[in-house]
Design a protein around this ligand. Structure first.
Ligand code: ZN
Ligand code: ZN
Length: 125
């Protein structure tokens, strides 16, 4: 395996290993343990590339840094407004609702995503 594809493998593995929806900086800190001389720029470029290929998902919620998700199937998110934690939820619209939204707006829906904001169980205590 070339160095480049090895780097990409490790970055992919790192994103897939967690459900905390980390940002590039967190991933960089983890990957550095295995590849001490890797740069944040390289990590970021690979994350973009992996997201572009559909191996991972890039989440741009709010104006903060992008978060990365190892889960690529259709699912949505809860975001805690206190600690910023992002959690997965399984929820999908009925196909007739998607069709209706498309029809009413003369729009062809190709995908959709929801973020529910609130306060997580850790912060509510
Ligand atoms: Zn919280
Ligand atoms: Zn997710």
């Amino acid at each position: 395996m070339s160095r480049k594809s090895e780097q990409r493998e490790i970055i992919l593995k790192t994103v897939k290993s967690t459900d905390i929806h980390p940002d590039a900086d967190w991933i960089y800190q983890q990957v550095k343990k295995e590849i001490p001389d890797i740069s944040l720029g390289t990590v970021y470029r690979n994350l973009k590339l992996l997201a572009g290929k559909g191996n991972i998902r890039q989440l741009d919620i709010d104006n903060g840094p992008s978060h990365f998700d190892g889960r690529t199937d259709l699912h949505h998110h809860l975001k805690c407004i206190k600690c910023g934690r992002i959690m997965d939820i399984d929820y999908s619209l009925k196909s007739e609702d998607i069709e209706r939204i498309g029809k009413e707006n003369d729009f062809s829906v190709t995908e959709y995503s929801f973020v529910f904001y609130g306060i997580c169980s850790r912060c509510i205590k």
